[in-house]
Design a protein around this ligand. Structure first.
Ligand code: KMH
Ligand code: ZN
Length: 287
């Protein structure tokens, strides 16, 4: 195994997602201003990477390039966070629009490693699309984060790397997304099953548990030496009867747990080194 040893914890915040409705959850950050404010507070709380989904003026999920570029520019200006754009979008987005996300020139993009049940829907990620996205990210020097919802996705990741070579930067970072209805559950056992199948080429990994899987997966990931993703995309309940009011609450708690476990939050610079990401100052501004 080529895992890069880390004495700290990469904390990713996924503040919005494509699934929750602003009408049900007014504190969900959907505008550029709300996203930037969230980024600033989450960086101060210990996050080093932000995974961004955009919403339109009606707060509906969108892959509008102008809005994506606005978010990248806004977060870069206000923070030093690694900026990752979702190429998963919502289950209703087409492949062309998902590929075009790279035109917003983020530091990183998500790349889901296979088709998966997504509640009553299907999140489509056929191999040809994955390959196209992978190669496009390589060409643009954007570092992919490999989203794994099912254990078989790890073999699809191996196929991608075998076919096309290593991603830009040379690191292979996997994020386990556990607890989507119809896919792997958000349990330590599911995480351990994934870790038992971790390909040799993986250099670091993180995990997130959806909904009630949030705390079990967070604790299991940190205990197993992994990194953590938190945020309202994945979980809106802080504790029984207590809805998350701001993403920073989840980042703060993850940072506290990581610190207790002697693996405090990584700085943004350390996160870039771990993930093989060029410092933001060297990335051309989005046009
Ligand atoms: N919203 C999901 C259908 C990603 O960001 O790449 C896809 C998702 C994964 O959230
Ligand atoms: Zn996402």
């Amino acid at each position: 195994m080529t895992l890069r040893p880390s004495t700290g914890t990469l904390i990713t915040v996924a503040p919005t997602g494509a699934e929750h409705l602003k009408g049900d959850l007014p504190q969900l950050p959907t505008t550029t201003e709300e996203l930037v404010e969230t980024a600033v507070r989450c960086e101060a709380a210990g996050a080093a990477l932000i995974h961004i989904h955009r919403r339109d003026v009606e707060h509906r999920p969108t892959l509008d390039l102008g809005l994506l570029r606005e978010a990248v520019a806004g977060v870069r200006e206000a923070t030093d966070l690694v900026v990752q754009l979702s190429t998963g979008g919502s289950v209703h987005d087409g492949y062309a629009a998902r590929l075009a996300v790279l035109d917003a020139a983020p530091d990183s993009c998500s790349l889901t490693c296979g088709t998966v049940n997504f509640g009553d829907d299907i999140f489509n990620n056929p191999m040809p699309f994955m390959s196209e996205l992978y190669v496009a990210a390589q060409e643009r020097e954007i570092v992919p984060e490999f989203e794994v919802f099912e254990v078989g996705h790890l073999w699809a990741l191996e196929r991608l790397v075998d076919r096309h070579g290593l991603p830009h930067g040379g690191a292979v970072h996997v994020d386990f997304v556990l607890g989507v209805p119809g896919a792997l559950p958000g349990t330590p056992a599911a995480l351990h099953a994934c870790l038992a199948a971790l390909p040799e080429m993986v250099t670091s990994w993180s995990a997130t548990g959806i909904g009630r899987g949030h705390l079990p997966v967070l604790a299991a990931a940190l205990a197993a030496g992994g990194h953590a993703r938190v945020g309202m995309e994945d979980n809106i309940v802080f504790a029984r009867g207590q809805v998350v009011q701001h993403n920073a609450e989840l980042v703060t708690r993850a940072a506290e747990i990581a610190t207790l476990l002697q693996r405090p939050p990584l700085t943004t610079g350390d996160a870039r080194a771990l993930l093989g990401i060029t410092p933001a100052a060297e990335v051309p501004a989005a046009g």
